[in-house]
Every structure is written in structure tokens, then in C-alpha cells.
Design a protein around this ligand. Structure first.
Ligand code: FAD
Length: 257
């Protein structure tokens, strides 16, 4: 089974072609040549990407079992957020403000401030069975799982924190509203990608309709009809300038397919 996806509508940056994406209906090994997508909130798809695959709705579920939270790989962050709020569970408040699916959240170790998805993670189900958290190399916005993420299981602590949610809501209120995959680059150790981009004069800088936001320099935005090529040129230019001026190599947070 495949699903025809128009990435100029589906992806958060609203760039990309119309392609048939293979639907994964049951647990199987990752195919070497394929790229797995979730909600496409952190990816930039070229006109000639690798073959794409995604989890079907069969992996959209969430439940409390044996006092642990079990979530399917295709479950959206919004659904996880509603569930934890309703069941008075804490440590997942940021999911109310962060778009994605469970698979993408775990693959990226996504989060806000000090909260990230690995914090309460117990184990991840892949094609080969469960991997415990301590078997998975992970860090700031990355995890090394060279497999499909079918499910994850988390510790439960009671006490949904409305104040934290208010803090995350406030953080979002002054972020750009244009189509975007969020941060272009990861923050380098002890510094901020946004500060460096601003320091080389590229805050608000634009190539075609691809730009770094006027509001947050590291926020990649599509101001209308940005193309894949414009966006890549913009990212490369910022990388070059930051390296020339500071000797720091910025690492992409957004994934290029
Ligand atoms: C407006 C905006 C703000 C954002 N702010 C933040 C933020 O504050 N903090 C933050 O961390 N992120 C942020 N992001 C990025 C994004 O929300 C996260 O990276 C999210 O985890 C992406 O999930 P996704 O399902 O859309 O993954 P995709 O974008 O589809 O994929 C991302 C990566 O995950 C992999 N992947 C997806 N599903 C699976 C699976 N089932 N198995 C294996 N690998 C998989 C893909 O191969 C790819 O490498 C923001 C994005 C937007 C649009």
C-alpha cells in the first residue's frame, strides 16, 4: 500500500514534490534504500528523494499498561499531549507545543528547554524487538537508532504541570508563524546557532522565498514559494559565513532527504 503525499502541503516547511510513500502495516526490517518519515516537521524533501516509507495508522495508539505509558510510532504529539493531560501525567507538557509523531520525536530526541523525549523513556520497539534506553546512544536532538521506531514505552509520574505548559506557550507566542521546520541548525556546544547567524548579518536574510526569520535568526522559514534549491543555498551560505568568522561548523538540525 502507498499513500500519495504532496510535500508542498504535508511538510511543515511546505516544500517538496508529490510522491507515493510506502505504508508500513506491520513490523518489518528497515529497507536499506528507504527513508522513514513521520509528520515531516523536521525534514526538507528534494525533488528526487530516496524512496520514502511511513508507519500506517495501525501504529497510532496510546495506553497506560502496568503503570507505564505505551505509545505507537505514528501517534501525533497532540494526541500524546491530550492523553497525558487527561490522565494527569507530567514531563510531557512540551508536546502540546511541538509538532511531530512519536517516531520522529524519538529519532530526534525532540524537546523544549530541559525536557526532551529521552528523559522518561524506558525502551523503544524496533524491527528487532525492544531496545532499552541505556542501549541507545543519544544526546541533544539526536538518537542513534538505525531502525524503524514502532513504539516507545515511558515512565509515568503523576501531576500534569500547567505552569510548564504556560511557559512553553509563552515561548511559542513570539515565534514566527510562517511555514517552517523550526530550527535550521543545532546549537553548537556553549553557544547558540541563532546568535552566530545574527552575528554574521544573516538574521532575516533571504534567498528567493527561503529565509532566516526576522524574529529568530535560526528559524528557517518559507516566505511564500521557497524552493528546495533556495533553501539549500541559504543554509550553505550561513554555514560558510559562520565558519569563516568563528571557525565553528554548524550542524544541520533539519534533515535533508
Ligand atoms: C514550528 C516548529 C517548531 C519546532 N520546535 C521544535 C523544538 O522546540 N524542539 C525540537 O526538538 N524540535 C522542534 N521542531 C522540530 C520537530 O517538531 C521535531 O523534530 C519532531 O520530532 C519531528 O517529528 P516528525 O514526526 O515530524 O518527524 P519527521 O520530520 O518526519 O522526521 C524527522 C526524523 O525522524 C525520523 N523518523 C520519523 N519517524 C520515524 C520512525 N517511525 N522510525 C525511525 N525514524 C523516524 C526521520 O527519518 C527523520 O530523520 C519544530 C518544528 C516546527 C515545525
Amino acid at each position: 500500500m502507498t499513500r500519495k503525499i504532496d510535500f508542498s502541503k504535508y511538510s511543515s516547511i511546505k516544500i517538496g514534490p508529490i510522491i507515493d510513500v510506502r505504508l508500513i502495516e506491520k513490523r518489518e526490517a528497515k529497507r536499506e534504500d528507504e527513508f522513514i518519515i513521520g509528520g515531516a516537521n523536521n525534514i526538507l524533501i528534494s525533488n528526487t528523494p530516496k524512496p520514502l516509507a511511513m508507519l500506517s495508522k495501525k501504529f497510532d495508539y496510546i495506553a497506560v499498561e502496568d503503570n507505564e505509558l505505551t505509545v505507537g510510532g505514528a501517534t501525533k504529539s497532540g494526541r500524546i499531549f491530550s492523553f497525558v493531560k487527561k490522565h494527569d501525567i507530567k514531563n510531557f507538557e512540551y508536546l502540546g507545543k511541538l509538532p511531530g509523531t512519536l517516531g520522529g520525536l524519538v529519532a530526534m530526541n525532540a524537546g523544549m528547554k530541559d525536557d526532551e523525549i529521552f528523559n522518561k523513556l524506558i525502551k523503544v520497539k524496533t524491527s528487532k524487538g525492544y531496545l532499552n534506553k541505556d542501549e541507545i546512544e543519544h544526546g541533544y536532538r539526536f538518537s542513534k537508532i538505525d531502525d524503524i521506531i514502532y513504539e516507545a514505552v515511558f515512565e509515568i509520574e503523576k501531576g500534569f504541570d500547567s505552569e510548564k505548559l504556560a511557559l512553553f506557550t509563552k515561548m511559542r507566542s513570539n515565534q514566527p508563524k510562517d511555514p517552517s521546520p523550526g530550527s535550521a541548525f543545532k546549537n553548537p556546544p556553549n553557544d547558540y546557532a541563532g546568535r552566530l547567524i545574527e552575528a554574521v548579518g544573516m538574521k532575516g536574510y533571504r534567498i528567493g522565498d527561503a529565509a532566516f526569520s526576522q524574529i529568530h535568526a535560526n528559524f528557517l522559514v518559507n516566505l511564500g514559494n521557497a524552493t528546495f534549491e533556495d533553501t539549500i543555498e541559504l543554509l550553505n551560505k550561513a554555514k560558510e559565513k559562520v565558519f569563516e568568522n568563528f571557525g565553528i561548523t554548524l550542524e544541520l538540525e533539519v534533515k535533508i532527504v
